[in-house]
Ligand binder design. Sequence first.
Ligand SMILES: [Zn+2]
Length: 586
Amino acid sequence: MKQSALLLTDGNASPRDCCVAKVLEFFGVPSRNLDAADFPCANEVGCSTFQKIRFLCSAGVFLRTIEAWEQKPDHTRWWTKSVHSAFVYPGDDPESVQRLARILNGGHGVEVCQINPGGADLAVSDQLSGFCGVMTGVRLTASKSKSNGNLVLKTGKGNAINIISLGDGGIFLKLEYKGVPVFFSTSREIIDIDTELTSQNFDVLEHFLSAMPLVLYIKWAFAESCWNAPESNACLVIDDPLLKPTHGFVDFQELLSLMKQHKFSTNIAFIPWNWRRSAPEVARLFRENPERYSLSVHGCDHIGAEFGSSSQQRLHWKAQQAVERMNRHESITGIHYDPVMVFPQGIFSEAAMRALKRTDLIATVNNDVVTADPYPRAITISNMWDIAVMGYPFPLFTRRYPWEGIENFAFDALLGKPAIAVIHHDYCSDHCANLVSFIDGLNALQCAPTWRSLGDVVRRSCRQREVSPGNVEVEMYGTELRIENRSDQPKHFVIRRRESEPSAIQRICTDSQEIAWKPVNGHIDFEIALNPGENRLIKIRCHDVVEKRYKRDNLLYRLKATLRRYLCEVRDNYIVPTRSRFAGTR
Ligand SMILES: [Zn+2]
């Protein structure tokens, strides 16, 4: 029987209760609301699920519930036997926080203070790795998080454990009631994941208090029923370099030594226009170190927001030309490229996503998630929390700059998202000292990522949950998925992928077999059985476009593209390094 959540309410679910329900749903945890007044006859609740009860409610509701129980005979025995844990958050009544905290702290006094945002760092405990997972030991500056009006509990005596602390107080604590753990968040706000994203990327600093305690609790309490990513993967992407021994501050030999020493991988977002220009000695480094170096497709000519256009025909031609150039580059240099598009300047349109769907590319990777269209579709926090943004015709994996902080990469990993970091050559201007310290930080996380090529990061990104013994539900994102049965039992995988236009699909197959599939309410579904240790690469292929009538670029455009590429190289190789040397000697 699956673990499910019980949301105890005051009769009507409050806006906070609704936000909690949305986060549970996002993680695939079944939940139901129950009026707290009906909970004392909870014996039935316990019996009907066979699973111990995991419930979530406000401090006021929790307080009233236990006060009612204490009148009943035998309640302690029932409570200890039937309840697994509880997650509690402040409601509208501030007094209940203090009263409840005191009860849960074994009757010892608890000081409730307002958070001083200028004070100490927020620190996730480094002692509770079973609960905190990848967030174990992560610290961040409280002043950068939205903490105004929130509370901190100073427990002194008692058996409270601070899971997230601020100075000597706790903002997320493990307490207990009659031997059952109660996880107490002091945040007055619970994140609403349906909110439209207002920044370029989700920043966990802004939502730390309203999101982190709840997500940590859900991932721990519902470990068996919630969506989980089977792997935690990472790749560093450097945009633009040509494959010459050096490009700007990137020295390919030096970077390779650092990758071997500090254990990471680099993908070069390669401009297809440069297909004839790679140096043989750099091509050899790529061929000989495929576990370190990989190449992806960075636009086509990399000029004038080429994938921000709304002309479907032109975009088909550009995407096709990019792939052809990469194929030619592969035949000259012997470097296999990852069929992943990284948009130049991050600019793309809905039409570009439709065009890419009809190519052999498997996904896009980008910093920006909103299109350049006049009326772009809204992207919500839950879209961003997903392994990839799936609202467009083609999947978009998000990436981040190192200066967004290890805490953002760690939170992405907690959500099951791969860690894709992006830099430009100038970030290597200190012989990669900053870069290496960032990489070491990522590798020092409780669950260190596996560094792969960008293509393998995409192919191995999915989320799954075992719905019954031997039966696993999988959600697929890119148009290729490497699926693996890591157990010692045969397993049956039911794979689902969001797809708004199933008629575009030509076939789904592995290297050895065609797979039957069916469209179901905005998804496609198919199944595959794997023996212990077996793995398969599943590929979804779309029909080619019927009309291909875009004539070649005119001479003026081609001259402009050439000029632009050479000017950018002069900038990267001479102007930026010279400016940086002068800045360094000042
Ligand atoms: Zn670029």
